[in-house]
Design a binder for this molecule. Structure first.
Ligand code: AMP
Ligand code: GLY
Length: 418
C-alpha cells in the first residue's frame, strides 16, 4: 500500500522508520521531510497546515493511508477533509482534536466526567481573571485556550507575576484557564483509540527545559525515555479506568467519536494521578523512544484505529528501555546558527544500539548533511536500563558530534531513573 506521512521532524523520521518495517508498506511518501526521512521516503515540500495542498497531493497520489505527524493539521480538520475524499487518515476529527486544541474544553469534560485534574476556572475577561487570581493567590497556573506551541502556559510563583501573566496571555488569546498549582512527578501515558474504545500503549517521560537540572527556557523537548518505572501495570490500569475511558465516554455524550492517539500528560500528586493535558498525536521526542520499542506492525495498528478494528488487542513492547537525547542548535530555543556540516553523523549511526532520527537537517548542493534550525536530531540509545543507556550514549555523542560547535545537548536526560 501507499502511505503518505506529513511532517519533517525527528518524530516523523521515527514514524517513517517504523512504517517502512511493515510488510503492508510498499511505497512511502513524505510531505515535509528532512535529510533522514529522505533516505526512507520520497519527499515533497509542503506545509503541514496547507490542507488544500495536502488534499490536492492525495487526489493525485491516491494513498491507502495518511499519517499526519503534528497537531496543527488535525486541529484544522485534515482527517475530516481527507476521510470525506475517501483516503484513510490516522488521527482524530477536528471535533476530537479539541482534546489538544482547547484546554477549556478538556477541563469542562473532566468536570462533567469526574476525571481527576487540577481545579480550574475559565475566564474571558482580564478584570475577572485578575480578581480570581487575587482570590486564589500564588502559586497559580494560567493557560491560554487554543494551540500555543508550548508557549501558552505560565506558572506564577508570586501574585505580581500572575497579574502580569494575565495581561500577557490576554493580549493574544480570548480565553484563559486559571488552574490550581499541582506538584509531583510528571509522566506521559499513551493509548490508541477506535470508535469502540481504547487500548493502552506505554509510558514515557520528556524533558522540556533547555538545560541540565531542568533549568532554562521551555523547549519542544530536549530528550525522553520509555518506559517509566512509576508507570506500573496498576497505575496504567487506573489511568485507563479513571482518565482515558471516561474521556472517550464524555466525548461520545457530545456526539464525538475519537479515533487516534491519546497522549495524556499526567502528574502523580499526593492525592493520586491527575490529568494535566491531552495531546492527540505522538509526542516529539517521545515518539523517537516509543517506535524502537514497539514490537507490533504500526500500519496495522493505525488501520485498526481508522476502521474500528483494534479489538482490544494489546500492542507489544520490547522489554528494553529507550532513551533519546535531542541534539539541538546551541542557541535553541532562542535562535539558530548558520547551517554547517554535521560532522560525525555516519560514525554515530554505526554505533551498536544507537539510532539517529533527523529533525532540522537537509543535504546541501554537495550532498553534505547540514543543520537548518532548532532541534537538529534525536540520538536514541537502547539497552537494559536508563542509566546504562545514558552512560553509553553520552560518550558516543561527545566522541562523534563534539566537533560541531553549532550543536549542544543535555547530559542528564532520564535522571529520574537514577
Ligand atoms: P501543558 O501545556 O498544559 O502540559 O503545561 C505545560 C507544563 O506546565 C506541564 O508539563 C507542567 O509541567 C506544567 N503545568 C501545567 N499545568 C499545571 C498545574 N496545574 N500545576 C502545576 N504544573 C502545571
Ligand atoms: N514533547 C511534548 C510534545 O510533543 O508535546
Amino acid at each position: 500500500m501507499r502511505i503518505v506521512l506529513i511532517g519533517g521532524g525527528a518524530r516523523e523520521h521515527a514514524l517513517a522508520w517504523k512504517l517502512r518495517q511493515s510488510s503492508l508498506c510498499d511505497d512511502l511518501i513524505c510531505l515535509g521531510g528532512n535529510a533522514g526521512i529522505e533516505q526512507l521516503a520520497e519527499c515533497h515540500p509542503m506545509r503541514s497546515d496547507d490542507l488544500d495542498g495536502i488534499a490536492r497531493f492525495c487526489q493525485q497520489a491516491k494513498p491507502d493511508l495518511v499519517v499526519p505527524g503534528p497537531e496543527l493539521p488535525l486541529v484544522l480538520g485534515l482527517v475530516d477533509k481527507l476521510s470525506a475524499m475517501g483516503f484513510p487518515t490516522f488521527g482524530p476529527s477536528a471535533a476530537g482534536a479539541m482534546l489538544e486544541g482547547s484546554k477549556g474544553f478538556v477541563k469542562d469534560l473532566c468536570a462533567a466526567q469526574g476525571i481527576p485534574t487540577a481545579g480550574f476556572h475559565r475566564v474571558n475577561d482580564a478584570d475577572e481573571a485578575k480578581a480570581l487570581v487575587k482570590k486564589i493567590g500564588a502559586p497559580i497556573v494560567l493557560k491560554a485556550d487554543g494551540l500555543a506551541a508550548g508557549k501558552g502556559v505560565i506558572i506564577s510563583h508570586s501574585l505580581d507575576e500572575a497579574l502580569d501573566a494575565v495581561d500577557e496571555l490576554m493580549a493574544n488569546h480570548a480565553e484563559l484557564v486559571i488552574e490550581e498549582f499541582m506538584t509531583g512527578p510528571e509522566l506521559s501515558f499513551f493509548a490508541l483509540a477506535d470508535a469502540k474504545g481504547a487500548v493502552p500503549l506505554t509510558s514515557a517521560r520528556d524533558y522540556k527545559r533547555a538545560f541540565d537540572g531542568d533549568q532554562g527556557l521551555n523547549t519542544g523537548g530536549m530528550g525522553a525515555y520509555s518506559p517509566v518505572a512509576q508507570a506500573t501495570a496498576r497505575l496504567e490500569g487506573e489511568v485507563m479506568d479513571r482518565i482515558i475511558e471516561p474521556t472517550l465516554a464524555g466525548l461520545r455524550k457530545q456526539g464525538v467519536t475519537f479515533r487516534g492517539m491519546m497522549f495524556a500528560g499526567l502528574m502523580l500528586t499526593e492525592q493520586g494521578v491527575k490529568l494535566i493535558e491531552y495531546n492527540v498525536r505522538f509526542g516529539d521526542p517521545e515518539c523517537q523512544v516509543l517506535m524502537p520499542r514497539l514490537q507490533d506492525d504500526l500500519v496495522e495498528l493505525m488501520l485498526g484505529s481508522i476502521h474500528d478494528q483494534l479489538h482490544h488487542r494489546t500492542p507489544k513492547w520490547s522489554d528494553q528501555a529507550a532513551l533519546g537525547v535531542v541534539v539541538s542548535d546551541r542557541h535553541y530555543p532562542s535562535g539558530s546558527s548558520d547551517s554547517a556540516e554535521i560532522r560525525g553523523l555516519a560514525e554515530l549511526a554505526s554505533e551498536a544500539d544507537t539510532m539517529i532520527f533527523h529533525a532540522a537537517t537537509k543535504r546541501n548542493a554537495d550532498g553534505v548533511v547540514v543543520n537548518t534550525g532548532g532541534r537538529v536530531l534525536t540520538a536514541v540509545g537502547l539497552g537494559r536500563t536508563v542509566p546504562e543507556i545514558r552512560g553509553a550514549l553520552l560518550p558516543k555523542l561527545t566522541q562523534h558530534l563534539g566537533d560541531n560547535p553549532q550543536l549542544r545537548w543535555r547530559g542528564d536526560i532520564g535522571y529520574h531513573e537514577g
